[in-house]
Design a protein around this ligand. Structure first.
Ligand code: PXP
Length: 246
């Protein structure tokens, strides 16, 4: 079964709506861990619109499970990662005017910079994953630059609005998974996953980690972070139950 990393960016989004000190993402991370999450993911954006430097520094000291830092390859952020040494970084594209990460990282176009960032992260013992659309050239470029994993972008699957499109996008993710495995990469997936659409992705063979944020934090507003995380883990587990015969 895939492991769950809870992305807690939007706990910080609520805090930043009033530029105050609550809710604290560090407290949220504790609740996720207590519910059985495998990891905590945060995106330290260049514009610091939600997670800030203080959050990442405290999470590094307090998270006992995996700390996955989502980040662009900007030099200032790369230096912070080198200093803080999260367990893993997930490299994403970043635009100033976007609601959330749009599209995948272009590993082909940015191959030179990617190779440098991978080398610098590995020197600090940090695993590197790239957030990419499930296309062979992106997967091969990630492998050739020395990445450990790829996170396949599930946003297109999440946005599919007919059963046929859903099947097509799942098939694209499966082809991406196969290609990543052939190239020696660990497979992660994420973006746009919810309590309603998690089933087929959680059931996909070979997907080792799922990064889920908005849906869990939204549910947590109503039921609490621990319950929201536990409910997602239960859905992921039940998607692996053998289908009863007859
Ligand atoms: N993976 C990556 C690379 C992301 O950028 C995000 C959004 O921050 C997520 C996963 C989580 O997406 P969502 O909030 O839609 O669950």
């Amino acid at each position: 079964m895939a492991l769950l990393n809870v992305n807690i960016d939007h706990v910080a989004t609520i805090r930043q709506a009033r530029l105050t000190d609550e809710p604290d993402p560090v407290w949220a991370a504790v609740q996720c861990e207590l519910a059985g999450a495998n990891g905590i993911t945060v995106h330290l954006r260049q514009d610091r619109r939600h997670i800030g430097d203080r959050d990442v520094a405290l999470l590094k000291q307090t998270v006992a499970c995996k700390l996955n830092l989502e980040m662009s390859m900007a030099e200032s952020i790369t230096r912070i990662a080198e200093r803080l040494k999260p367990d893993q970084v997930t490299l994403v594209p970043e635009k100033r005017v976007e609601l959330t990460t749009e599209g995948g990282l272009d590993c082909v176009k940015q191959r030179k910079r990617l190779a440098e960032v991978v080398r610098r992260m590995h020197k600090k013992g940090i695993l590197v994953s790239t957030f990419i659309v499930p296309e062979p050239e992106q997967i091969v470029a990630s492998a050739e630059t020395g990445c450990d994993a790829v996170e396949l972008h599930t946003g297109m699957y999440a946005n599919a609005n007919t059963p046929r499109t859903v099947q097509r996008r799942l098939a694209a993710l499966e082809r991406g998974r196969d290609c990543a495995e052939e190239n020696g990469l660990v497979v992660h997936a994420g973006h746009g996953l919810t309590y309603r659409n998690i089933g087929p992705v959680a059931a996909m063979r070979g997907v080792c980690e799922l990064n889920i944020g908005h849906s869990i934090v939204s549910r947590a507003v109503l039921v609490g972070m621990r319950e929201a995380t536990a409910r997602m883990l239960a859905l992921m587990a039940s998607s692996h139950q053998p289908v009863p015969k007859g």
